[in-house]
Design a protein around this ligand. Structure first.
Ligand SMILES: NC(=O)c1ccc[n+]([C@@H]2O[C@H](COP(=O)([O-])OP(=O)(O)OC[C@H]3O[C@@H](n4cnc5c(N)ncnc54)[C@H](OP(=O)(O)O)[C@@H]3O)[C@@H](O)[C@H]2O)c1
Length: 263
């Protein structure tokens, strides 16, 4: 994999702009960056509708000050952007980062075809991690599912079950769609490639994905559960560190995890 030179001066922390800083996951990223030795929060973004724009992010979240105001767009300097917002904003941020020549981690899910095209366009100029799931465990689940599908073959039906909090905007989840597409791209025998996805929206479930393989006389269930949202925040931080100095292109969380350097 080609890399470019990291232009950040040694001893300085990399400046992170955070889009979706008031959200469930975004606020966990902000909390994680507070004591990070390598990264520092440099800009915090939310929707233009918020009445508290201009206030310190800490005041907005009810925590100690961050020294960073909440904004709907920013002129503040940053080295990498982490986006955990809404699909339209993720596409806009990708194009803005391309203009500025800064890499972006996109954890936001549910983009339309057009929004994904904008992200792909940005990835021709800058490095982009597009990660519908930022957890290491889900990346491994995907690999295990491919092995199961190949070994069990066309005698086994495959169905995906996914559970998320009440009110999650997109269904099926971006992770479930990515899992289904990966398996559909490599069908065993002449089995019809479409894999059913069952979505449950209830309570405050951070995220659960399961793949059911059901064949003659046996079932196999591969299941991943996110126990809290810090998991995603850690994944976003890891991807942001990994992106610095990367060549332009569209990367996945598997690319990030393949490098042992960033935790
Ligand atoms: N990749 C992963 O592993 C992973 C894990 C969990 C969630 N997600 C995805 O991450 C996204 C955020 O999830 P969440 O649960 O944190 O959602 P959330 O609690 O609803 O937070 C959404 C955030 O986006 C901001 N926002 C809304 N409209 C905006 C706009 N037009 N411009 C800029 N910011 C805007 C919100 O700001 P306001 O306060 O102004 O509304 C808020 O900060 C979703 O797409 C979700 O599916 C991904």
């Amino acid at each position: 994999m080609q890399t470019t030179t990291n232009t950040t001066r040694p001893g300085t922390r990399l400046r992170v702009a955070l889009s979706g800083a008031t959200g469930r996951v975004g606020r966990r990223v902000a909390a994680l960056l507070r004591d990070d030795p390598e990264l520092v929060l440099a800009a915090a973004l939310a929707s233009p509708e918020r009445p508290d724009l201009g206030a310190d992010l800490g005041a907005v979240l009810g925590t100690a000050p961050f020294g960073v105001p909440l904004e709907s767009s920013t002129e503040r300097a940053f080295d990498v952007l982490i986006d955990l917002s809404v699909p339209s904003a993720s596409a806009e941020q990708a194009l803005r980062c391309a203009e500025l020549g800064r890499p972006i981690v996109i954890g936001t899910t549910g983009q339309s075809r057009e929004e994904l095209e904008s992200i792909e366009e940005a990835a021709r100029t800058i490095a982009v991690v597009l990660a519908p799931n930022l957890s290491p465990g889900v990346a491994v689940l995907r690999e295990l599912a491919a092995i199961a599908r190949r070994r069990l073959g066309a005698d086994f039906d495959v169905e995906i079950l996914e559970y998320h909090r009440r009110g999650k905007r997109d269904a099926p989840s971006g992770t479930a769609l990515a899992l289904a597409r990966a398996l559909e791209a490599d069908p065993p025998g002449d089995q019809p490639p479409s894999i059913p996805i069952h979505s449950v929206r209830a309570g405050d479930i951070a995220g659960e994905h399961a793949l059911l393989f059901a064949g003659p006389g046996e079932t196999l269930l591969l299941r991943h559960r996110a126990l809290d949202r810090d998991l995603f925040a850690r994944g976003a931080r890891r991807a942001a560190r990994w992106l610095i100095g990367r060549a332009p292109g569209l990367y996945t969380m598997s690319d990030v995890l393949a490098s042992p350097d960033a935790r």
